[in-house]
Design a protein around this ligand. Structure first.
Ligand code: MG
Length: 388
């Protein structure tokens, strides 16, 4: 019976316990097709990711992606070193099935570096999923959704180019658009919103993300103007640590306010949730340190009636897949996801098959592990440094 259910070989491997035998970190530098401008800074030219390859004595390989941003979560240099120097000893010789234990050990090996820990955790889940024949969403408790509405970030300093892209994506079935604001002045922001509302059909769902770019003392007055354009939510208007101001803004305008930079850790989430300083929270595996950590934040929010959004950083399809499985298995992350970078931002993604987007929605894979293989030649092609 067991042989028929799991296949004799796989069951034997599980019983024998798989061991991790090698950890390689590739620092990739992938050219990008668009410029992204945010209240907190620009991203243009190329992006650097730390790609983790974990090998096992069972012949199964797991992949992870750390996607730091120096002005938001951390640096590529620090995260590559965290993986190579501090997390490698935790991983080599370990049983990849003990994910909770290994993530606990990772927190004791090096403080912070949530992007490196997210990469480590997704590579472990990738191995366990392949060994057990299950997609990661099933390992997390099972999927509650088979696809996730995709959001595109309207963030090009050349707004005409952005509007062309937005119209093209609307034609492809995409309905969620998040406009990045707070870098060109209030009047310019209002003009962009007005053009969006004039040129797009009424069912285009507009969300506004300031990335901490507002002047705190003027935020409420400016947000009253923004409400005329009926955004679904307003994301992180003020700096992350100005939580009392965030609280005040949440109480003032009628549009829901979403916290992103104000919530990294479960402790942050507890503070925001218990005092209801925001109406909504953005969950990012790079910010929280993995899928399990993201689900903890989502659970704390759920207890306060705060719905969550599936945010991301400048990730490859590898990290998008982990985020997709997490959202699929977490009912309270219900506001869609922004996993557009693999398809629309990077010159080329690192997955062997395209990251699955159909009719403006991300399709949750049904194949074991993260669900799509990595193109290793392409990882090596974009690698500027290899640590092993
Ligand atoms: Mg944000």
């Amino acid at each position: 019976m067991g042989d028929r259910l799991y296949g004799g070989k796989v069951r034997d491997k599980i019983l024998k316990q798989i061991k991790i035998t090698a950890a390689t970190v590739y620092i990739t530098d992938i050219p990008v097709r668009l410029t992204r401008r945010h209240g907190s800074g620009d991203v243009a030219g190329s992006v650097k990711n730390a790609i983790l390859k974990l090998e096992t004595d069972a012949g199964i390989t797991g992949w992870g992606d750390a996607a730091p941003w120096a002005v938001f979560t951390g640096t590529i240099e620090a995260n590559a070193a965290a993986l190579h120097v501090y997390l490698r000893p935790v991983l080599i010789g370990a049983d990849p099935f003990r994910i909770e234990q290994l993530m606990h050990d990772a927190d004791h090996a090096v403080v912070g570096h949530p992007e490196a820990k997210a990469a480590m955790e997704m590579a472990l889940f990738d191995i366990v999923g392949q060994a057990s024949g299950l997609p990661v969403a099933e390992l997390l408790g099972g999927r509650c959704r088979d696809d996730i509405p995709l959001s595109f970030s309207v963030a090009d300093p050349d707004f005409d180019r952005d509007m062309e892209m937005v119209k093209r994506l609307y034609g492809e079935g995409l309905r969620l658009f998040k406009m990045k604001t707070g870098f060109a002045g209030h009047a310019a922001d209002l003009k962009r919103m007005e053009r969006f509302r004039t040129e797009l059909p009424a069912d285009a769902d507009l969300r506004i993300d300031y990335n901490q770019g507002m002047v705190t003392h003027d935020a409420i007055r400016q947000l009253r103007d923004v409400e005329a354009f009926k955004p679904t939510f307003i994301e992180q208007p003020v700096p992350g640590h100005h939580r009392a101001a965030l609280d005040e803004i949440t109480r003032a305008p009628a549009t829901p306010v979403l916290a992103d930079e104000s919530v990294f850790t479960p402790t942050d989430a507890l503070l925001v949730a218990s005092q209801r300083m925001a109406d909504l929270v953005s969950i990012k595996i790079m910010k929280h340190g993995g899928m399990l950590a993201g689900r903890k934040i989502a659970a704390i929010c759920e207890a306060a009636g705060i719905a969550c959004y599936g945010g991301d950083m400048f990730e490859t399809g590898i990290a998008h897949l982990a985020g997709t499985h997490m959202i699929a298995a977490t009912p309270n992350i219900s506001l869609g996801c922004e996993f557009y970078q693999a398809k629309y931002f990077l010159e080329r993604d690192l997955l062997a098959e395209p990251f699955p987007i159909e009719n403006g929605r991300v399709i949750v894979p049904r194949t074991p592990g993260l669900g799509i293989k990595v193109d290793e030649d392409r990882v090596r092609h974009y690698a500027v440094e290899t640590l092993k």
